[in-house]
Design a protein around this ligand. Sequence first.
Ligand code: FMN
Length: 165
Amino acid sequence: MNEPNKNFVNKDTDDASSLKKSLSMFSTGITVVTTVDENKNPIGMTVNSFASVSLSPALVLWSIDKKQPSYDTFLKSDGYVVNILTKKQENLCSLFSSPIEDKFKNLDWELSDDGHPIIKNTLAWFNCIKWKDYDGGDHQILVGEVKSYYYIEDEPLLYWNGKIT
Ligand SMILES: Cc1cc2nc3c(=O)[nH]c(=O)nc-3n(C[C@H](O)[C@H](O)[C@H](O)COP(=O)(O)O)c2cc1C
């Protein structure tokens, strides 16, 4: 007889930590999503919920926790840049996942044509204007239309099982 699988979880008796652990078995890249606040100051946060959606029109999505301090700013913004990190940019992953006041102080960056911060020397970036937002439970799903983009050939920073490699 087969041994019962100790990692089997019924969602009805689940706690969020085992769901998070199971979801972390899906490997992702790591991005920093940036925009500007009402005073035109740059803001940004580390995000791994990024995904491509559509080629025509060119649409991408990411989701933001409704409890994030920058939630209102991102929801009010007319767009953002999704900056994809290279393997050498683990420092940016840490910087943009910490509650630091001015994350851009020592960074090399510029504004896109639509006025959103592009971080220099990333693997790729997608400059988006807002397409639509959708309710996603404790997150909000933000779909953006890609207006310009860029990439280089390099190694990506990856996230799997809570580890950054
Ligand atoms: C690898 C990684 C991926 C993350 N992905 C997301 C995400 O997709 N959505 C989200 O709301 N927070 C995500 N976070 C958490 C935010 O980056 C973190 O809470 C950050 O401090 C938010 O910035 P803020 O404090 O300036 O709002 C992620 C953190 C890490 C380390």
